[in-house]
Design a protein around this ligand. Structure first.
Ligand SMILES: [Zn+2]
Length: 361
């Protein structure tokens, strides 16, 4: 039987939220903002501002000596910390901080917040879902958080609502990963919100959290996501100017094209989204900040032809503000998986670590 911290079960939080709505005393207020995207994605009035980090954020950090040892077997030495933080009262997020072991005690480090697609955060960290062992099979997420940490970047890999340990009980204990977005997604549709809005809020709180770490420079925070995690990264970066670099894989696609051509998970559906903006024009709002987008030419989840249409919209937005040089596309020969080659190059150019990884045995 899998184990988890009971605080990670999102069901009690969401049921309580619905009951509050039904009783007319909801805590989730509709935000009226000059930025129409906030109407869809900002869950609380104060979340339209970017100073949440000044408030206390509840979190716990535990050194994970076993995972530190296991993951260090795969490459350069890493220190792993288990993290849990409260995204909003009663809703907790789990994740892992991966710290490269550096030759000096550098400060002013970059930090990459890594967001998985369907699956679980362990898939991007390179451990089995029960943390019992390092993973054998890389899968489409290709352990990208681990690979970034091995390149010298402090990484904060977080779980998305509806995945991994943040699934409802029936999915977590009996049907892991199967349709785990359905029930929480439907509950949130009932209050005119969406899983994506909650995921975006979690990322905002993750940015708050990493800004409290003394080793991290607030000016060097980036987001990296794949597939559904890439969608979360794009929307989060568009809304949060504290994010200085964004890299996504297999994620850029028009929702209109997606819905017309393919069966997609409920977590892609946001009530009212297309009345305001489709995903490519939301991605365009990240300009002029750095944005790297990779897409496999044989991607069968978000089709390459659809990506090409979306690409031109983002490029237009960047060109309009004279920032086309901050936008990089990598169209690689492959499918729906994390490739990374251009992402690693752009990261090295934009966020040079300035420190050397300790690779002594
Ligand atoms: Zn989903």
């Amino acid at each position: 039987m899998p184990e988890r911290d009971p605080r990670l079960d999102p069901q009690p939080f969401l049921i309580k939220l619905l009951r509050q709505y039904a009783a007319g005393s909801d805590s989730l207020q509709v935000v009226n903002s000059d930025n129409p995207l906030c109407t869809l994605f900002c869950l609380h009035k104060k979340s339209t501002k970017h100073d949440l980090d000044k408030e206390s954020i509840k979190f716990e950090i535990h050194e994970n000596a076993r995972l530190s040892k296991l993951l260090s077997l795969k490459g350069p030495k890493l220190k792993v910390q288990d993290v849990i933080f409260e995204s909003q009262p009663g809703l907790w997020v789990n994740g892992y901080f991966l710290w490269p072991v550096l030759r000096d005690n550098s400060k002013n480090l970059p930090c990459l917040i890594c967001i998985p697609g369907h699956g679980c955060v362990e898939d991007i960290v390179g451990v089995g879902s029960q943390q019992s062992e390092i993973s054998e099979s890389h899968g489409y997420q290709n352990e990208f958080a681990l690979r970034l940490a091995q390149r010298g970047y402090p990484v904060f890999a977080i779980e998305q609502l509806g995945f991994g340990k943040r699934q409802f009980k029936e999915n977590f204990f009996d049907k892991p990963m199967q349709t785990s977005c359905n029930k929480p997604g439907k509950l949130l549709l009932a209050v005119n919100s969406s899983l994506l809005a909650f995921r975006v809020h979690d990322v905002k709180r993750a940015v708050d959290f990493v800004r409290t770490r003394p080793e991290i420079s607030a000016a060097k925070i980036g987001l990296v996501g794949i597939s559904a995690g890439g969608t979360t990264a794009l929307v989060s970066a568009a809304l949060d100017p504290r994010v200085k670099l964004t890299a996504v894989s297999g994620a850029l696609c028009s929702m209109v094209d997606c819905f017309a051509d393919q069966e997609h998970c409920l977590c892609n559906y946001v009530p009212g989204l297309l009345q305001i903006a489709d995903i490519p024009s939301i991605a365009g709002r990240i300009a002029p900040r750095f944005l790297v987008i990779e897409h496999g030419k044989n991607d069968s989840t978000n089709l390459f032809a659809q990506f090409k249409t979306a690409k031109s919209i983002v490029l237009q937005a960047y060109s309009k503000v004279g920032a086309a040089r901050n936008l990089v596309f990598d169209e690689f020969n492959g499918g729906h998986y994390f490739n990374g080659s251009e992402i690693y190059k752009r990261l090295a150019a934009t966020f040079p670590q300035g420190v050397e990884i300790d690779s002594t045995p």
